[in-house]
Every structure is written in structure tokens, then in C-alpha cells.
Design a protein around this ligand. Sequence first.
Ligand SMILES: [Zn+2]
Length: 100
Amino acid sequence: MQPNYRRCVSCRQVAPKADLLRIVRVFPSRAVQLDGMGRSVYLCRKPTCLELAQKKDRLGRSLKAVVPPEIYHGLWQHLSASDTIVGSTASKGSVVESGK
Ligand SMILES: [Zn+2]
């Protein structure tokens, strides 16, 4: 693997880091965020990969942490921002769960 290449947690394909979405479990709070320093996992900018990651909890398993719904919501927004063909995700409201 080349230095700036990372593997998608869903499809296992390797892509340049800049082309992937990054999800980070920051230290020491263990909170899951979309930026920061800590243990990170990567995901393609593809609805199929994000959907799979969400369904199978690939991010949570890789990070050994609970991934809040807001994170997925943010990732979907990243996808729709970088890809104008997305249309069906608009119906998904943000689900807020209690507790952190
Ligand atoms: Zn992928």
C-alpha cells in the first residue's frame, strides 16, 4: 500500500486518502467525529459504501466505539455535497438519541 493510500472499511478497496471520508475516534474522550486526532477509519465517497458501513456497523466495529446517528448524517451530507446526483437521502431526518 502506498503511503497516502487508505482502505475503505466497506468495500476494502484502496484509494488515495484525499478521496476518502475520514471518521475519527478522538483521544482521550473516545468521541467519534469527522475530524481530529485519533484512531481513524476511511470510507469511499460512495452511497453504497456508506450504506453498507451503516447497516453493518463497520465504523463502530473498526473504531470499537459507538457511532452516533449524527455522524452518519454528516457523512451523508458530505456525499450529497460532493456528488449532486444524490436525491433519495433527503427523506432521512436526523435521529437524535439521548445520552452520549
Ligand atoms: Zn468503499
